[in-house]
Design a protein around this ligand. Structure first.
Ligand code: COA
Length: 238
């Protein structure tokens, strides 16, 4: 069978509607603010912090990011070092020490990056923050998320970034827990897919598969019914 063509572009304003359609087709109905509305996407296109993937010439995947003004390679290096020594870290302690935004909303200015004179964007940052990635439901199972992540990591490197971070989801946590506590969420994140050394939860698996370390569980990371509002801090060293 002929391999299907995969192309990734930096969308322009004329692609806005297409980008929104892909987002809609990617996200389940999980909670407030996760799916980007028009204004959020306009900002990302203007700032050139978004990529659009075509699969067999069909718009199929979107990944968004920002240049975070709230962290640096020095901070992330320290966090990775602590993780290498201690395993999963405590989110509150990380925050007291390194002042990362407490949740996804604060990290992304509610997904707008820039809004009402407030901005979390600093083009000179030596890091990149992944806001979100989505692949059209119809085309799941083709490994497209890996193409989007790999492309973004490559571009980040070209921009001179040293680290890429994100607040990942744990969309399979709800499958085994009604009301998980932090320990449950941590055990869930550490659980491995059978026969592999990769996370069992597909929300964490693609990050680790592409080189990230999952370093801490984030309680109330986002309004996300599947993840029971838990997320995790993913750090890629480029
Ligand atoms: C997460 C997401 C981007 C993965 O994209 P994808 O291109 O469909 O991923 P793949 O086809 O490469 O699948 C990745 C792995 O997850 C598994 N997977 C994908 N969707 C799954 C689902 N709904 N339930 C269980 N497993 C799933 C695949 O079997 C695959 O397993 P493998 O690593 O053992 O090969 C996509 O499911 C999505 O858009 N979800 C909604 C938005 C989201 O959660 N984004 C991530 C956080 S911002």
């Amino acid at each position: 069978m002929k391999e299907k063509k995969i192309e990734i572009i930096k969308p322009k304003m004329c692609h806005l509607e297409t980008v929104l359609q892909v987002e809609q087709a990617a996200w389940p109905d999980v909670g407030e603010g996760m799916i980007a509305e028009v204004e959020k996407f306009k900002n990302r296109i203007e700032l050139e912090t978004i990529f659009l993937l075509y699969f067999d010439n069909q718009p199929t995947g979107v990944i968004s990011f920002e240049h975070p003004n709230f962290t640096s390679s020095t901070i992330l290096e320290n966090i990775l070092e602590e993780h290498a020594h201690n395993g999963l870290l405590n989110w509150e302690e990380i925050n007291q020490k390194y002042h990362l935004p407490l949740d996804w909303y604060k990290a992304t200015n509610d997904g707008y990056i820039m809004k009402n004179g407030q901005s979390v964007n600093n083009p000179n940052s030596d890091c990149l923050f992944l806001i979100g990635v989505g692949v059209d439901y119809k085309n799941k199972g083709n490994g497209l998320v890996n193409h989007l992540i790999k492309h973004t990591l490559e571009q980040a490197k070209k921009m001179g970034k040293k680290y890429v971070i994100g607040y990942g989801r744990l969309p399979q946590l709800h499958e085994n827990h009604d009301a998980p506590n932090i320990k449950d969420a941590e055990e869930h994140l550490l659980e491995k897919k059978q026969g592999t050394n990769l996370p069992a939860d597909y929300g964490a698996r693609f990050h680790v598969f592409n080189g990230a370390k999952a370093v801490a569980v984030i309680p109330n990371a986002m309004d996300d019914s599947e993840s029971k509002n838990y997320g995790f801090l993913a750090i890629y060293k480029l």
